[in-house]
Write a protein that binds this ligand. Structure first.
Ligand code: AP5
Ligand code: ZN
Length: 218
């Protein structure tokens, strides 16, 4: 199974990715998590990405495409993978097409902007694993602590309202065109193109999980 979870910042891509990856036994490839790890380690990539991410802009296509091509050539991706937060621009999507990366599904999780702005203020994350919580909608068992490790949870630096609004604007301008891109491809070449499904991302985490799994034939 090779699939893309598409959707605005805060749509619940990371939250749903965990269930899907478990159900299919495939790795989650979150370019955001990979970049945050690089920032934390202070690598050359991390130094380049830090300011861009904190401002809510996009890291350059060349860097991201290189990172993803490297990642999907690793042995654990042979069975498949889930892209979370990638592709995010038309050139990134084209790069996968040109490289002959065959995808089975694209699942869009649709949530409107105002809901997202509210959600983001309550997000808490476990940086080492990428596990994501929400103080009201998906709280950890112990306040402020990761369920698995007991480590402290943090708030992401790009989760303040101004940055979230900028990330949403960038999404509408650069990423939303991918909806039409994959829909048009599916119409023109249904054999090669991934199956496209849009799921409404409002409701309980469990209800959305059911819909996403259904879209994937489970
Ligand atoms: P990235 O980490 O990918 O961020 P994003 O796409 O903006 O998405 P988020 O991680 O914010 O949201 P999510 O959809 O995963 O939602 P989540 O499940 O956490 O990217 C960060 C930055 O890295 C970018 O801004 C860019 O700079 C750079 N970058 C990354 N990839 C790039 C690329 N390909 N090209 C260029 N630059 C790139 O859920 C959000 C909150 O809502 C949580 O608190 C969660 O608990 C809660 N929640 C989830 N589901 C529900 C529900 N059903 N109801 C209520 N609350 C819910
Ligand atoms: Zn995420």
């Amino acid at each position: 199974m090779r699939l893309i979870l598409l959707g605005p910042p805060g749509a619940g891509k990371g939250t749903q990715a965990q269930f899907i990856c478990e159900a299919f036994g495939i790795p989650q490839i979150s370019t955001g998590d990979m970049l945050r790890a690089a920032v934390k380690e202070g690598t050359e990539l991390g130094l380049k990405a830090k300011e861009i991410m904190n401002s809510g802009g996009l890291v350059s296509d060349d860097i991201i495409i290189g990172l993803v091509k490297d990642r999907i050539s690793q042995p654990d991706c042979a069975k498949g993978f889930l892209f979370d937060g990638f592709p995010r621009t038309l050139p990134q999507a084209d790069a996968m097409k040109e490289a002959g990366v065959k995808l089975d599904n694209v699942v869009e999780i649709a949530v409107d902007d105002e809901e997202i702005v509210q959600r983001m203020s309550g997000r808490r994350v476990h940086p080492a694993s990428g596990r994501t919580y929400h103080i009201i909608h998906n709280p950890p068992k112990v306040e402020g602590k990761d369920d698995v490790t007991g480590d402290d949870l943090i708030q992401r630096e790009d989760d303040n309202e101004d940055t979230v609004r900028h990330r949403l604007a960038v999404y509408h301008e650069q990423t939303a065109p991918l909806v039409e891109y994959y829909q048009a491809w599916a119409r023109q070449d249904p054999k090669q193109a991934p199956v496209y499904t849009c799921v409404k991302g409002i409701g309980s985490v469990e209800a959305i999980r059911e819909q996403v799994l259904k879209a994937l034939g489970q």
